[in-house]
Design a protein around this ligand. Structure first.
Ligand code: NOJ
Length: 556
């Protein structure tokens, strides 16, 4: 079916934004690096091992900086590399101001930073302020006695009258979020593992100490942070029970049985975020604050903060969470665009270390369309390592499971190991990741989907990503330009990106059957996810094959 899109839907949108257009275009030309830039997430255990222990490390990342520069990303965000017992693979930190020996040393980190900066790559660290490891010296001290000077760094409560946990808050990894401490006769709160006690962010000392951590890394030269579970930092002062979730059903994680109304997203959290932002701003204004936030759009956008003094980028996971069809995605994008505060810069994430990979969710052919979407929507994109070569989730035999979530709630598909397997570099042993047995299995199809193999193929996923990244870099319209809606039709999600005279029409067929759509004007194809269609002129209907995405330049 060929649907003709009404020019009205385009111009309506233009009408509503036109007043702002002139003013914003002047500002946008000086867009900060993170608005034009593309972020690449590295899960350090799985990126590149350099010392033959089967676990990735900083030296390994240093050795791959040339690859990242060649690929054309602008910043790397590295999941936690600090000393940790690894109960949650680094999201349980025992020392915020050092590097875990498994990953290297502070000197290695400084070399990584220098090497990245020399290549024009920014470096973002993962900051995990909601909880420490239970082996952190603060917690070791805090649990000694009720009178410990560190006691109030964490969240302690007396038992309920029946002796049970103080309230019904669940741990995200299963079971109660309250752990009984025999020595001091109180419970402590942990939103995740019991090895990850939550810090008490109502305590000014916690704030001071943690802001010092930020300064420690900012002084070394890091370009910003991705803040773990930002919306969790403050809990209800009265610790009220969470209400039941009427929509919970089998197949959903157990902690979703209640709505985390009182355990997260409390109004006071915004003061903390603004304080973190102020610390970054002490360093001149181009350090980036990203918040990991899983919330509905209208709540998510509150994390930009009053007068945009909160997170620069509250991570938007709605491409991960939304049903993959044109109607749902179009609606999400429009709702997001409409919900953004004035001047708030959007962002999009397609995969991460906590969710199934995009190739596993939509299939490898459709993942190419997803790549085009990620890199042409308005907003900073985040690419998860390996998605650029089409890595798939890997089945993990039970005896090789590592993820504490899977170990605690087994067999229900919540495990995160499948999307954390080693990066596939080449066709040598262990896909070039390590000379030793890797901590997680290598994908069985690693030889076909590796950097080395795909570099040689002009139509590989890697070549597609590289072309998209290069195009985005040279195009103001695609990087910082306006987004304008064009009504989608059937399986085709489409939109315009515009900057001055430069206008692109993007049409994405989200289904494995051919489709067609009529662009608002004549245009010339400049890129397709499936064929060499460059220079093809579109006078009327734009025909798309199954799983095809197209970028077309509008004729003036
Ligand atoms: C979110 C992180 O992305 C996830 O990997 C971790 O398990 C939890 N936060 C706890 O830190």
């Amino acid at each position: 079916m060929v649907a003709r899109m009404s020019d009205r839907s385009v111009s309506d949108r233009r009408g509503t934004v036109s007043g702002l257009m002139e003013a914003t275009s002047v500002l946008q030309e000086q867009a900060p690096w993170w608005q034009r830039g593309v972020i690449y997430q590295i899960y350090p255990r799985s990126f590149q091992d350099s010392n033959g222990d089967g676990i990735g490390d900083l030296e390994g990342i240093i050795g791959r900086l040339d690859y990242l520069a060649w690929l054309g990303v602008d910043a790397i965000w590295i999941s936690p590399i600090y000393p940790s017992p690894m109960a949650d693979f680094g999201y349980d930190i025992a020392d915020y101001k050092d590097i875990d020996p498994r990953f290297g040393t502070l000197a290695d980190f400084d070399r990584l930073l220098e090497g990245a900066h020399r290549r024009g790559l920014r470096v973002l660290l993962d900051f995990v302020p909601n909880h420490t490891s239970d082996r952190h010296p603060w917690f070791i001290e805090a649990r000694k006695t009720r009178e410990s000077p560190m006691r109030d760094m964490y969240i302690w409560r007396d038992p309920a009258p029946d002796g049970g946990p103080p309230n019904n808050w669940p741990s995200e990894f299963g079971g109660s979020a309250w752990e009984w401490d025999e020595t001091t006769g109180q419970y402590y709160y942990h939103a995740f593992l019991k090895e990850q006690p939550d810090l008490n962010w109502r305590n000014p000392r916690v704030r001071r100490e943690m802001y010092d951590v930020l300064r420690f890394w900012l002084d070394r030269g890091v370009d910003g942070f991705r803040v773990d579970v930002m919306w969790h930092l403050i809990k209800d002062a009265e610790f009220r029970d969470n209400p039941e979730n009427p929509d919970w059903h089998e197949g959903m994680p157990p902690h979703k049985k209640v709505l985390n109304l009182y355990s997260a997203d409390r109004p006071e959290v915004h003061d903390v975020v603004a304080e973190m932002r102020a610390v970054l701003d002490e360093y001149g204004g181009d350090r980036l604050l990203i918040g990991e936030i899983y919330l509905p759009l209208t709540r998510l956008v509150t994390y930009y903060g009053r007068d945009l003094q909160g997170a620069h980028l509250p991570f938007n996971f709605h491409l991960i969470l939304t049903q993959w069809d044109a109607r749902h995605i179009e609606r999400q994008v429009q709702e997001y665009e409409a919900a953004l505060p004035e001047g708030g810069w959007p962002n999009w994430v397609l995969s991460n270390h906590d969710k199934p990979r995009i190739a596993a969710r939509v299939g490898r052919d459709q993942a190419r369309v997803a790549a085009m979407m990620l890199l042409t929507l308005r907003g900073t994109p985040t690419i998860y390592y390996g998605d650029e070569i089409g890595m798939d989730d890997v089945e993990i035999p039970p005896e090789r499971v590592q993820d504490p979530f899977e170990l605690r709630v087994p067999g229900q598909g919540f495990g995160r190991d499948p999307q954390r397997t080693p990066m596939q570099w080449d066709t040598s042993v262990n896909a070039g990741f390590s000379t030793a047995a890797p901590w997680l299995p290598i994908a069985p199809d690693a030889a076909d989907y590796s950097v080395e193999t795909e570099r040689a193929h002009p139509h590989s996923m890697l070549s597609l990503y590289r072309k998209l990244l290069a195009l985005r870099r040279r195009s103001e319209a695609l990087s910082i330009g306006r987004y304008a809606t064009v009504q989608s039709s059937g399986s085709v999600f489409c939109y315009l990106r515009e900057w001055k005279e430069e206008r692109y029409f993007i049409a994405l067929n989200l289904r494995p059957e051919p489709a067609a759509i009529v662009p608002p004007d004549k245009c010339r194809i400049i890129m397709s996810t499936v064929d060499d269609r460059e220079e093809e002129r579109v006078e009327d209907a734009l025909r798309l094959s199954a799983d095809e995405g197209v970028i077309a330049a509008m004729e003036a």
